[in-house]
Ligand binder design. Structure first.
Ligand SMILES: CC(C)(COP(=O)(O)OP(=O)(O)OC[C@H]1O[C@@H](n2cnc3c(N)ncnc32)[C@H](O[C@H]2O[C@H](COP(=O)(O)OP(=O)(O)OP(=O)(O)O)[C@@H](O)[C@H]2O)[C@@H]1O)[C@@H](O)C(=O)NCCC(=O)NCCS
Ligand SMILES: Nc1ncnc2[nH]cnc12
Length: 273
């Protein structure tokens, strides 16, 4: 049976993909720079992960002992199976690889924290201790974009966020979302852009083929928020322009989307949405 943590994980995935207009991402109006996906691919992908989130919840609930990296190892095995289930549901399209990793960690850690009455972000940092060293520093295979970017630019991408206990979610996105007002659509769009002011998105670097694009994104996202965000005429106009630029240049904000998903999940769990 689906538990409440899994329900909030699925809600987080669906809230994110439903929010529009998101620059560089799939939304109900537009696949953006992802011609192989659409909103239906994301719905199918999200629902295929129910079993995985139930497993992640179970791992967090039943894990005992102080060796939290061992809990992460258990989760990762389930994550690999979940990737296969996602690819079956989407006919081979990578919709949620980053979210299987990040949201799986949030779900497992939240379940552990509820049982053991400890703090979420510190628990995640303990679970993921040594991840960058294990996956990136001691790995010379360099197959994925993230692995190659670590060698080229010394950035840890999705793994570094996890190992640091998701500082972007904890320090920027969650406080921003909590204090925001207005429609949920505006709040989530503005939170995505808040995330974009600080994230080093390995997906975007891969698409652009250079690191300078990160400085460009940080500056655009800051300018958007300074205009007042989506609730203002100027902010809305600016976001639509950014949408078009991402489409024209094939820029994707896949990493930012994953961090928004994690933020929504924590806000739902804390009863703040
Ligand atoms: C650690 C993994 C997440 C993946 O590691 P891997 O080395 O396989 O991949 P990376 O290249 O490092 O990609 C990581 C994905 O994480 C997201 N991301 C990027 N930057 C950040 C960031 N700063 N903070 C958080 N998250 C970040 C992002 O995911 C989104 O993009 C995905 C689409 O990417 P891609 O496949 O490249 O798609 P396209 O550009 O469309 O490419 P093509 O279609 O042209 O091929 C999408 O999923 C978003 O969610 C990065 O892509 C984890 O998977 C892992 O541990 N892998 C090893 C195997 C494993 O143990 N798996 C089980 C995990 S529990
Ligand atoms: N809406 C979205 N579009 C593209 N990649 C994503 N990864 C997570 N959410 C996404």
């Amino acid at each position: 049976m689906t538990n409440s943590i899994t329900q909030n994980a699925l809600r987080a995935l669906l809230y994110e993909v439903t929010t529009l207009p998101k620059p560089g991402l799939v939304d109900p109006a537009n696949p953006g720079p992802h011609p192989d996906m659409n909103i239906y691919t994301f719905i199918d992908s999200s629902l295929s992960l129910e079993h995985y989130f139930n497993k992640a919840t179970q791992i967090g609930q039943t894990f005992t002992g102080a060796d939290l990296p061992a809990m992460f190892t258990q989760l990762r095995q389930e994550g690999l199976l979940a990737e296969e289930e996602m690819l079956t549901a989407t006919n081979g399209v990578n919709t949620h690889k980053g979210a299987i990793f990040a949201l799986g960690i949030f779900v497992c850690a939240q379940s552990y924290c509820k049982k053991n009455q400890v703090e979420l972000f510190a628990t995640i940092a303990k679970m993921c201790h040594g991840l960058v060293e294990h996956d990136l520093e001691k790995n010379n295979q360099l197959q994925t974009a993230g692995e190659r970017e670590f060698q080229q630019y010394s950035i840890g991408g999705a793994r570094a966020q996890a190992e640091q206990g998701y500082p972007i979610v904890k320090k920027y996105a969650l406080p921003f979302l909590k204090q925001s007002t207005g429609t949920l659509q505006c709040r989530l769009l503005d939170t995505l852009m808040k995330i974009a002011t600080v994230t080093v998105d390995s997906n975007l670097i891969k698409r652009a083929g250079n690191y300078d694009v990160i400085n460009w994104l940080h500056s655009c996202a800051s300018q958007y928020l300074a205009l007042g965000g989506y609730a203002t005429v100027l902010g809305k106009k600016y976001l639509l322009k950014l949408n078009q630029i991402c489409l024209d240049h094939n820029y994707s904000l896949g990493g930012c989307a994953d961090l928004l998903i994690g933020t929504i999940f924590v806000a739902l769990e804390q009863g703040q949405l």
